[in-house]
Design a protein around this ligand. Structure first.
Ligand SMILES: Nc1nc2c(ncn2[C@@H]2O[C@H](COP(=O)(O)OP(=O)(O)OP(=O)(O)O)[C@@H](O)[C@H]2O)c(=O)[nH]1
Length: 956
């Protein structure tokens, strides 16, 4: 029976990486990874080799020292990190390294870790196929080695092996990561932490990737013979080892990054309806600065004292720059010691009346809590509230002492009072409750093993859904609209009594966001690559997501059943994306699969389970659940159905939950694989469809179980309120002010707006549609989403659409009867779709139709005036001959006399002999009367042309 090297290593109590090495030395070739299987014969061969091996040749972790080394004992120290619940800690205990008194010349003394690290950067023992490219990362790593030695390398071996604390410390722990082989993956959580204590990256399975990065940079001592040892064959880890020498982005092949986000031009110009024009802010800031400058100039000339004669004179100085009313008022106030409309005397009188000012002394910098009232500001600033009210009055703002003032106005008042202001946001209930839940530490004794969550990612149509269908024995792919996965799916299955949770993500580019979320709940990412297509743009994107999520990567090279597929090309694509296949001596398990024939599926499952076993994922079922919403939709029978992945704790029916801006009690839970199967509880890593939330939360929202329904309601409502404010701000629902009215009037001619109301089955679809619609950006036509929501179209939508000339987009939903009737009555268009790209295609055409057509002049011909007939009450008729081309009834003519254009007129009548003619061709005579021009002379030349309107597209 085939045995994995990793298992045999356990049995023989040796490091699995060493065993890989031993296999090579024992003549069992092609086993480059701890995940490789050994046949019975091969096992026997390896065991023979081990038993016959002289003691001096004992495996030594790459050090190859002459001292035989005890097999590393397994230590099971602390329990996994309860916060993440991700790791069960198993650390290969280091054999006490004795300082080699006389190191063998071919294996100079170096720290075991250094040796391992050096190994990791060496070329693989198993040569890559002839046509395969030289594995770039390894090559690069080898080149980079001598440049930036690590501090630990600088130490003499003896010192390092002296068993000092330092030798056991971070350097070694980090080096563990570079140690290839699955056991290297069993490191403490601290191993993944940066020195600063920040959360580090998850290790690559086997530690090959990131470790490779580190190891690759570890300098090898002069004279070190490169060891023909295969490197680990598991997923690449993002380079995050704390002490790793810094690489440039280029060396790293570019870090996985979110797409570059730039401020759109409309934000800067304020062109986007609803967006607060940044330009307006800038303008205002400029004006304030200008006013400040002038004020300080005035202060210099007139002294700091306000209301001095000099100041007053300065205010009337015609040489001073002209200011707007507001700034001018500010200035005059400053100079006259108060509002220009309020005589100084009145202050004195009032002061007398109020007696001693009991207000606190003025401060230079104040902090106010938001939202802030006039009274609160006066208390913080230590000025009478009346003074603030006067400032506001001078600006035309009539308000009361208890009225709330927005931050902008607060800043303005503070500036008027010569104060700097800081805003403090009050701690919200959400901050208090949910942060506490997130930060809660799980006691080590409560942690138990949980199913790994495996996400399928990859380019559209590469077979993610088909593979998953085959793995779990259902057919989802067949029923997909347009053949494209539009929703995230999650299932849990048992393989040999071991539970595995799967997440299938849509592959279409529009679902980038959802995919990112899919990767966020993921323990292991399976990148599905169709062998016939190879690595495509969305494959690269998926790889970035998986790397950004710091999860081990396994590649399923799918559609291998197709004839003539070029496996090598696909492998090259993977290697180019830092996923060097294990077959080529790399770290990534690439399993050749076919969702059609089922080829490789067992192998894929085995590999996934082995990877999961290596990581020992744990969670605490004895705590209130935390999870993530993968998807939610409005179901006509069951209300809001939310697909949730429980990431920690246990979720039970009756639990009070909050998820995004939704809250409620879990009414029922269903198995996603069998929507009729009710569940009473869901353990960690279990996906469930639950009902009971009041509204559909957004995909990717975190879900928490709370004790108190009123807290849940408060948090959800606060979030909904904030979201609504953002939405209103972003969609043009703003009060008409003079400023924005002018903006609108100015832009009215150039920019046309297509208003939309979007209704979809799930929130994720709305997000995806919005994302796609963002691409339909044109300076002359814009889309404005007036309303969006989950569920069927209601009468309210139609009323809004009617009032705003909007089109209603229905994605996988239908209008109710009232809405249908109203829509046909008032002529509102409801466009129904099942596939997102069809929405964008149609809207694009509609928007292109709204673009002003391009006008193009087409030359028709030239006509010579031979005779002019003047007819009373009709005017002049030119008797002409068409010299070239044609002249037509709908043409315009330019009248040319003495080589000068003297006018441009439309043809009024065109006659051929006595009949009206549509057009007269070259060589023929005709009579032409021009509209509005009678001063025609013999010898005039008419240049006939017409204007053609040509429809434009976004690509023009
Ligand atoms: N020959 C062959 N065809 C396959 C294989 N796997 C999937 N297909 C076909 O490829 C097409 C796309 O498969 P899907 O499973 O929908 O691909 P997907 O990656 O889930 O695509 P999205 O849902 O759009 O993300 C379907 O027509 C499948 O029948 C395979 O292994 N071999």
């Amino acid at each position: 029976m085939a045995v994995r090297i990793y298992s045999l290593a356990k049995e023989l109590a040796v490091d699995s990486k060493e065993l890989v090495d031993i296999c090579t030395r024992a003549g069992v070739t092609g086993k480059g990874s701890a995940l490789a299987s050994l046949s019975d014969d091969e096992v026997a061969k390896v065991k023979d080799f081990l038993s016959n091996k002289p003691s001096g040749a004992a495996p030594s972790g790459g050090g190859g020292g002459s001292t035989p080394k005890a097999p590393p004992a397994m230590e099971r120290p602390s329990r996994p990190d309860s916060k993440t619940g991700r790791m069960r800690v198993i650390v290969p205990k280091k054999a006490d390294p004795k300082p080699p008194a006389d190191p063998a010349p071919e294996a100079p003394a170096e720290t075991p870790d250094a040796a391992v690290a050096a190994d990791a950067s060496e070329p693989p023992a198993t040569p890559a196929p002839a046509e395969a490219p030289q594995p770039t990362p390894a090559g690069e790593a080898a080149e980079a080695k001598p440049t930036e030695p690590q501090s630990s390398e600088a130490k003499p071996a003896g010192e390092d092996a002296g068993g000092s604390e330092a030798a056991e410390s971070s350097t070694e722990e980090r080096s563990d990561l570079s140690r290839p082989g699955p056991l290297a993956g069993m490191v403490r959580r601290e191993d993944y932490m940066t020195p600063g204590g920040g959360s580090g990256r998850m290790p690559v399975v086997g530690g090959g990737g990131g470790g490779g990065g580190q190891g690759a940079k570890t300098p090898r001592k002069q004279g070190d013979a490169p060891k023909p040892r295969p490197v680990v064959k598991l997923a690449a880890m993002p380079t995050a080892a704390p002490a790793a020498p810094k690489k440039t982005a280029k060396e790293e092949g570019g870090p996985a990054q979110k797409p570059d986000m730039k401020l759109p031009a409309e934000v800067l110009t304020g062109g986007k309806i609803g967006a607060k024009p940044l330009a307006a802010h800038l303008k205002r800031a400029e004006r304030t600065l200008e006013a400040e400058k002038i004020r300080s100039r005035t202060d210099e000339t007139g002294g700091r004292g306000r209301g001095t004669a000099a100041g007053g004179a300065a205010a009337r100085d015609p040489n001073k720059p002209m200011l707007g009313g507001r700034e001018q008022r500010q200035l005059s106030r400053n100079r006259s010691g108060g509002s220009s409309r309020m005589p100084r005397r009145s202050f004195r009188t009032r002061r007398k009346r109020t007696g001693i000012n009991t207000a606190a002394p003025r401060k230079g910098r104040i902090t106010v809590q938001l939202p802030c009232t006039v009274k609160e500001l006066s208390e913080s600033a230590g000025v009478p509230a009346a003074q603030i009210l006067r400032i506001l009055m001078a600006e035309g703002v009539m308000t009361t002492i208890t009225a709330q003032i927005d931050p902008e106005l607060t800043e303005f008042i503070a500036a008027e009072l010569d104060l700097d202001v800081d805003f403090a946001q009050p701690e919200t209930l959400e901050d208090r409750v949910l942060t506490a839940l997130e930060d809660r530490e799980d006691p080590a004794e409560d942690l138990v093993a949980r199913a790994p969550v495996i996400t399928f990612l990859g380019h559209v149509d590469h077979g993610k859904t088909s593979l998953l269908d085959k793995l779990i024995g259902i057919d989802v792919a067949g029923g997909e609209s347009g053949g494209i996965t539009q929703h995230i799916r999650a299932y849990q299955i048992d393989k040999d009594n071991k539970p595995i949770a799967f997440v299938d993500t849509p592959g279409h580019a529009a679902f980038t966001e959802m995919r990112a979320r899919g990767a966020n709940v993921t323990d292991i990412a399976v990148i599905v690559v169709a062998a016939d297509d190879g690595v495509m743009p969305q494959t690269e994107e998926a790889i970035s997501h998986a790397k950004a999520a710091d999860v081990p990567i396994v590649v399923a090279l799918n559609k291998c059943d197709l004839p003539g597929v070029d496996i090598n090309r696909a492998m090259q694509g993977l290697a180019a994306n830092d996923l060097l296949p294990s077959e080529w001596g790399g770290e990534v398990e690439v399993i050749k699969t076919s969702a059609m024939t089922g080829e490789g599926l067992d192998d894929l499952l085995d590999t996934l389970l082995t990877v999961a076993e290596l990581h020992e994922y744990t969670a605490n079922p004895n705590r209130p659940a935390i999870g993530a919403c993968l998807e939610s939709q409005q179901d006509s029978d069951r209300g809001v159905v939310t697909k949730v992945m429980v990431t920690n704790g246990t979720l039970r029916v009756g639990d009070i939950i909050v998820c995004g801006d939704a809250y409620g009690r879990v009414k029922a839970m269903y198995d996603p694989l069998d929507p009729k199967k009710r569940l009473t509880e869901a353990l960690p890593s279990t996906p469930v469809n639950l009902t009971g939330l009041d509204t559909a939360p957004g995909a990717g929202e975190r879900m928490y179980v709370l004790d108190d329904i009123s807290q849940a309601r408060e948090i959800a409502e606060a979030r909904a309120h904030a979201e609504r404010s953002d939405f209103l701000g972003a969609t043009g629902y703003q009060q008409v002010t003079l400023e924005n009215l002018f903006d609108r009037l100015e832009g009215a001619e150039e920019v046309q707006t297509l208003n939309l109301i979007i209704r979809a089955d799930v929130r994720g679809s709305i997000e995806a549609i919005e994302k796609e619609l963002e691409k339909l950006d044109h300076p002359e036509v814009r889309l404005r989403i007036l309303q969006k929501g989950v569920g069927g179209i209601t009468e309210g939508d139609i009323v809004l659409a009617e009032a705003s000339d909007a089109i209603v987009i229905a994605f996988n939903v239908v209008p109710d009867d009232k809405a249908r009737a109203r829509a046909s009555e008032v002529g509102v268009q409801i466009r129904r779709y099942g596939v997102i790209y069809k929405i964008t295609d149609e809207l694009r055409s509609a928007m292109e139709g709204m673009l002003k057509p391009e006008q193009r002049e087409v030359e028709l011909g030239r006509v010579l005036v031979q005779l002019v007939f003047k007819i009373s009450r009709i005017g002049s008729i030119a008797g002409c001959r068409v010299l070239q081309g044609v002249v037509s009834r709908d043409a315009r003519v330019r009248v040319i006399r003495d080589n000068t254009i003297i006018g441009d007129y439309a043809v009024d009548t065109l006659r051929r002999e006595k009949d009206d003619a549509k057009e007269v061709r070259e060589g023929y005579e005709c009579g032409i009367k021009l509209a509005g021009f009678n001063d025609i002379k013999e010898g005039d030349l008419f240049e006939a042309y017409k204007i053609e309107e040509i429809g434009r597209s976004f690509d023009d």
